[in-house]
Design a protein around this ligand. Sequence first.
Ligand code: B12
Length: 226
Amino acid sequence: MQLCVGNATLPAANSRNGSRAVQGGGDGTAMTQEQEDEIILAELDDVELVAQMHDDLYDGLKAEIEEAVDILLERGWEPYRVLTEALVAGMKVVGDDFRDGILFVPEVLEAAKAMKAGMAILKPLLAETGAPRVGKMVIGTVKGDIHDIGKNLVGMMMEGAGFEVVDLGINNAVDAYLAALESEQPDILGMSALLTTTMPYMKVVIDTLVEKGLRDDYVVLVGGAP
Ligand code: B12
């Protein structure tokens, strides 16, 4: 629960309500009001803790999210409830503010990393407890293209929305997509392309799906920005 730069005490830069306290360098100086107000997650009741998690996701505070997920699980919350009420609901705010131009890519990536850290704790438990499956997506950047930041972001957001995401990485030829569709049996195929020269390859993949009579078996999402 620290954000230290040298010995300086900084306000949480990105915080929606500035509620998270920040510690100084422990150099013996008098406690600031903020330090006195430092939030001990385990001392919050469930409602306060979930609200704090929404803030911490927004601020991309990975360690705090991990700690809070553990606390809710220890308090007997079902993993699926932690996922939906604490993590997915928090990412909704991040997604809305990204859409509205209030947050930018680096901040969303930090939030998504914090979300992923929480998900990593929940994933094996969700498998055990049989949480409802929203759907599965295979996603990859097309052949000839190595841009993956947007694809990764989309993948993380889909995970945040409860989808299982299989990421094929970059530079995928049509055979790689076909093999993944066969082995993973997803609901959605996602393709990303950032270059004018690689965008037409999405059509190659879609035409191949049509040729093989597979097109109607999947929702196909394409994105990028050539
Ligand atoms: C970062 C970057 C790079 C990095 C990539 C690092 C990485 N790991 O991805 C590096 C330096 C490696 C790179 C290389 C090149 N780049 Co570059 N790159 C960019 C840059 C600056 C940002 C792209 C980015 O990450 N944006 C942020 C993400 C979040 O946005 P996004 O990708 O658009 O994704 C969003 C949406 O598009 C959408 N989305 C994306 N994918 C998907 C998929 C699905 C299914 C859905 C639903 C949505 C979705 O959702 C995302 C979130 O909103 C852009 C310029 C720009 N401002 O876009 C140029 C740009 C894309 N690059 C360009 C070029 C030319 C190249 C190079 C050819 C340069 C060169 N001569 O070597 C090489 C390409 C090599 C190759 N074969 O791919 C050009 C493309 C021009 C064109 N029209 O073809 C651009 C536009 C720069 C420019 N103005 O000239 N690049």
